[in-house]
Design a protein around this ligand. Structure first.
Ligand SMILES: O=C(CO)COP(=O)(O)O
Length: 135
């Protein structure tokens, strides 16, 4: 199972706290992240994270491309709902692809906790069938 982790600047502290709290769970999965988010998570937790470009420089689009080829099972995208982002079209495109491919996506910490706990309980096994039969 592959998890994508992304956080806007004002949500990075929440992302770090979240990944520290769930380090044991996250360690069981393949992690990928946009550039700065990934670096902060690696530094704070020591978890192995595949890092793409920074969000405003194309990282959201790179993660979108991973979704399009069925390489992402869960997206945790801690968005800042109160600050305009220069790469808003990329953010919308990423969230749109989550809907196109029915990828569970959390945009705040409360939902992130629920989804990660569900994944830990094995409730994402249907994703394996999707990967097997929809490719
Ligand atoms: O901007 C982002 C997502 O839209 C996040 O990018 P960084 O992790 O590089 O800050």
């Amino acid at each position: 199972m592959n998890i994508a982790l992304i956080a806007h600047d004002k949500k990075k502290e929440s992302m770090i706290n979240f990944t520290i709290a769930y380090k044991g769970t996250l360690a069981k999965y393949n992690l990928m992240a946009t550039g700065t988010t990934g670096k902060l998570i690696q530094d704070a937790t020591g978890l192995n994270v595949k890092r793409f470009r920074s969000g405003p420089l194309g990282g959201d689009q790179q993660i979108g491309a991973e979704i399009a080829v069925n390489n992402v099972d869960l997206v945790i995208f801690l968005r800042d709902p109160l600050t305009a982002q220069p790469h808003e079209p990329d953010i919308l495109a990423l969230l749109r692809l989550c809907d196109v491919y029915k990828i569970p996506v959390a945009t705040n910490v409360a939902t992130a906790e629920i989804l990660l706990r569900a994944m830990e309980r094995g409730e994402f096994q249907w994703r394996e069938f999707v990967q097997k039969y929809e490719d």
